[in-house]
Design a protein around this ligand. Sequence first.
Ligand code: F6P
Length: 541
Amino acid sequence: MSADQLQAAWAGLAALATAPDAAAIRPLFAHDPDRFARFHARGAGLLLDISKTAISDEVRACLLGLARAADVAGRRDMMASAGMVNVTERRAALHMALRGALPGAAAESADAAATLEAMRVFTEAVHRGEIRGATNQRFDTVLNIGIGGSDLGPVMVGRALWRAGDPMRPIHLGNVDGHGWETVLPQLDARRTLVLVASKTFTTQETMANAHLVKRWMEASVGKLGAAAHFVALSTNLKATAEFGIAPDRVFPFRDWVGGRFSLWSAIGLSLALSLGWERFQELLDGAAAMDRHFLEAPLEQNLPVLLALTEAWHVNGLGLDRRAVLPYDERLRRLPAHLQQLEMESLGKRVRLDGTPVSHATGPVVFGEPGTSAQHSFMQLVHQGPKPVPVDFILVARPDHTHAENHRILLAHGLAQAEALLTGRDAAGVQADMRAAGADEATIARLLPHRIFPGDRPSVTIVLPKLDPGSLGALIALYEHKVFVLGALWDINPFDQWGVELGKVLAAPLLHELAAGAAGDTHDSSTTGLLAEVLKLQAG
Ligand code: F6P
C-alpha cells in the first residue's frame, strides 16, 4: 500500500468521526438486533466483544482499510521472521519465539528453547531438593529482585495463579524504597530463600541497590561463601552477573531481542516456574503461543489483537478519547492494570515516527485500572458522568476457582451491569419515572434531575475468559502484547524502545551525590534546588 492510500484511510476515518452521530452507540443496537453476533470474535479460547462501541459497519470497514494501508499483516510477519522491527535499537522483537518455535526465526527459537530447557531442569532440581541452600535446607521461597518489565509481569502472573500448596512461595522486591525491603524481610528465612536478580541490563540502579542489600543480608545469615548458593541471575549481561559474583551455571540468559515489558516468557519468568511449578509455567507459554498463532493466522476481520487495536485507534484518533480504564472482574488479576500500564504506555507513549518525524496522530492513551467491583466504588463515577467518555476494557472470568457461587454471580452481574449502564445511560424521562416511583416530590425531582442523568453511549469492550488458568492468562497477556504491536504499526511508531525513561536516570546521578554530601549544588532550576535544600534541612533535623 502506498503513502497516499494510508493518508486516504486516515482521512476517511477522520470524516466518519466528524459525523454528528459518530459517538452514538445505542442507535447501532436499535438498528441491528444481531449486533453482538456481528461484533464479537473468538481466538485462543477468549471472546472479544467490541459491539458496545460506536464502531458501525462503515467505521469497521474504514478501520480495516487503515490496517491494510498500514501493512499491519506485513509488519506482523516481519516481526515473526526476525525482521528489525525495533529500528532505533536495531533489533528484532521475538517474544513470540520464547513460547513457540517461529519458522522464520529458527536460530532464535532454538536459543530460546535451550534456555527454557535449562530453566526446567533447574526448577525441577530445586523442587526435588537436589539444589539446596548453604545450610542444606530445601528452598521454599523465591525472592525476585527486579523492576519494570523484570518485575511487573512476574508479579502480575504470580498474583493471578499462585495457590497455597504450590511448590514455592513467590516474593517480589521491586521498588528501591527501603520500606519495600522492610516489608518483605519478616517473611523471609534466608536459609530457605532462593534469590533471583532479574535485570535485562544488570545495571538498573534500583535493582542493583536492592541486590547488594539482599546479598549483604544473605551473607550475614549464611556466610559469605554460602551466600553464592542462594543467588541466580536472569540477564543479558553476563559480564555484569559475573562481576556481581553469580556463577555462570546460575545465570539464565536471554537475548536483546526480548524487550523488558515482553520478557515474562523468558528467563525473567523463572520465579513463576519455581513458584507455580514447571507444568503450569509451560501452560502459560502454551496459552500465549495459541494467541500468537491466532494473531499470525486469523483474517484481520476476526483477529482479536487487530480488532482490539483498531477499537483503540477509533477511540484515540477518531473520537479523541485519550484515556482508557481496565477493569478485570477477578481479584487475582489486580496487578494486570499495572502490567498493562507499562506494556502500553512505555510502548506507545511516543511523539515521533519510525523516521524521526513528528507523529501526525495522537498515540498511546493513559491507561489505568483496578479490579471490579472495587473500581466501581472509586473512579467509575467519572467514567459514567464525567464530561468526556473514558473507554473501558471489562475482563470477565466465567468460572471461578472457589465455591462461593453467590459472590461470583454478584461479581459478574456488576461487571455486565457497568458495561450496560455505560451504553444505555439513563435519560431525563427514566430518571423522573424512577424518582416518582420512589415517592420523590416534583421540586426534588427538578432539582436533582441534571445530577442523576447518565448520558450513555459510553464505549467499552469486554473480554471473556472461561476460567483464570495459566493457558487463558497467557492468551490474554499475548492479546495485549499484539494489540500494542498493531497500534505501533498503525501509528508508525516504535513500540519496542523507551528512550523517554533515560533523562530522569541521568539527572538522578548528581542529585544522589548532593543528597549524600548533604549540600545542594547550583546547577538546577530554583524549584529543584529549593526542594533539595528543604529535604536536606529536614534530614538534618
Ligand atoms: O527504565 C525502564 C526500563 O528500562 C524498562 O523498560 C525495563 O523493563 C526496566 O527498566 C528494567 O530494566 P532491567 O531489566 O534492565 O533492569
